[in-house]
Design a binder for this molecule. Structure first.
Ligand code: IMP
Length: 427
């Protein structure tokens, strides 16, 4: 089955964008199926830097179909800005398709996201304030507005006015803040709809046809497994399913249509936002990883929390996604360390455990049990073949494979397309 899923197998920001971009070169169709413009991928091609939020990464190639599937929450303002920036950079965006079912993010979603974060005080989730959670709330509550609805002006007006009236009550009475003028939103969004019309379609048909015709379909994950609303570190999660199963729902495909499932995994661990993080480093080593790895958010610019590779976590994310391969990212960042640590168990109440606890209080009490490996000093950023990596780098990769029981098929040694070692063909 020539279809490949790429998901983040940690807390997001694993560098998926680069591998997605790399494999998109071989794909016919690239599909996003969850999340929204809370995501941030940076892709570097011939020293040009492209930042993606909502746009599928295949857009940099002229001959790919780029699908934004039904499971996405869609911010028209953000999307059109992205289109404008890409077009100004000379990228052709005519091959983009957006499913008519995507739920639309409105200004009140963003405002409620921010107000709710403030109201949570110390317990804040650390959301991107892009309105993701409130938009998914409306979807689940069955009051959300879908993109296709914007094309019927009269219908849209009545739906929007009724939604704004409800949201204003919440914003004004509960949060004691200022509500919205529905007419203003209507006029703005009608302008967006005019520009978006040409992209809107039933993308489930396009994806299905491609799969049936055995075309190469690349399912592009956003965020990471531990941010999954069900299987992640709840409540410090996003509101969608950034797991392999999320593609079935978010793109309308059956599980039997999914072939390879690749987990993008950093050679260390990072996290943005709040919540327990067993291998987090609060010392100079953590700072060094942050600086060398340029660990600052693409969407928010926030410094990311950094720590050693957590095998227990990746074993868990591998199990719940059914990973068939690991793409090991940012290995070059670990060059120059005398010793490298890898977490191979948690100590919990005097016992060593190898499963990732669902209970966050329990996770917060887990202390990492480390395997210490010798590091390597060589610069590996121009190495093209696995065999040419320093012996200690190979030992580190082997240790990851042995602990997680998943083969490392791709290794990334720098941000450029060319800095990618493929050990086994993917498509
Ligand atoms: P939301 O998705 O904006 O609601 O944020 C919920 C949580 O997911 C917060 O901890 C965010 O920092 C995190 N998050 C959302 N998108 C990303 C991403 O693309 N990478 C990493 N973390 C993310």
């Amino acid at each position: 089955m020539p279809s490949v899923v790429i998901i983040g197998a940690q807390w997001g920001d694993e560098g998926k964008g680069k591998i997605i971009d790399y494999l998109a070169g071989e794909a016919d169709v690239v599909v996003r199926a969850q999340g929204g413009n809370n995501a941030g991928h940076t892709v570097i091609v011939e020293d040009k830097k492209y930042a993606f939020h909502l746009m599928p990464s295949g857009v940099l190639y002229n001959d790919k179909k780029n699908v934004i599937g039904n499971g996405v929450v869609f911010d028209p303002e953000g999307f059109l800005k992205e289109i404008d920036i890409l077009e100004a950079q000379g990228v052709d965006t005519s091959n983009v398709m957006i499913d008519e079912r995507v739920h639309v993010i409105f200004p009140y979603h963003k405002k409620i996201d921010a107000l709710e974060e403030d109201a949570r005080g110390e317990d804040k989730i650390g959301t991107t304030k892009k309105g993701i959670g409130p938009c998914y709330m409306d979807k689940i509550e069955r009051s959300g507005i879908r993109l296709g609805e914007l094309l019927d002006r009269e219908h849209f007006k009545s739906r929007l006015f009724s939604q704004v009236a409800r949201k204003n009550k919440l914003i004004e009475k509960y949060y004691e803040s200022q509500g919205f003028d529905p007419q203003e939103i209507f006029d703005t969004y009608c302008g967006y709809a005019d520009r978006l019309k040409k992209y809107i379609t039933d993308t489930t048909v396009i994806v299905h046809e491609a799969l049936v015709e055995e075309k190469k379909v690349l399912f592009e994950g956003a965020q990471g497994t531990l941010l999954d609303i069900d299987l992640g570190t709840y409540p410090y999660v996003t509101s969608s399913h950034p797991t392999s199963g999320g593609f079935c729902i978010g793109a309308g495909v059956g599980p039997n249509m999914i072939g390879e499932v690749i987990g993008a995994v950093k050679a260390y661990t990072t996290r943005v936002g709040s919540g327990p993080f067993p291998t987090e480093l609060h010392d100079e080593t953590g700072n060094l990883i942050r600086t060398k790895g340029n660990e600052f958010g693409t969407t928010t610019g926030r410094p990311r929390r950094c720590g050693w590779f957590d095998g227990v976590m990746v074993k868990y994310t591998s199990r719940i996604n059914g990973l068939t391969a690991i793409s090991l990212m940012l290995l070059d960042v670990l060059s120059g360390f005398d010793k490298i640590k890898m977490c191979v168990g948690y100590q919990y109440k005097g016992e060593i455990i190898h499963h990732f606890p669902a209970d966050l209080n329990k996770l917060a009490e887990c202390k990492p049990v480390y395997k210490e490996l010798d590091g390597w000093q060589e610069d590996i950023t121009s190495i093209e073949r696995y065999e040419d990596l320093p012996e200690n780098a190979k030992k580190y990769i082997k240790a990851i494979e042995e602990y997680t029981q998943v083969p490392v098929k791709i290794i990334s040694v720098g941000p450029k397309r060319s800095q990618t070692i493929i050990r086994e063909a993917i498509f």
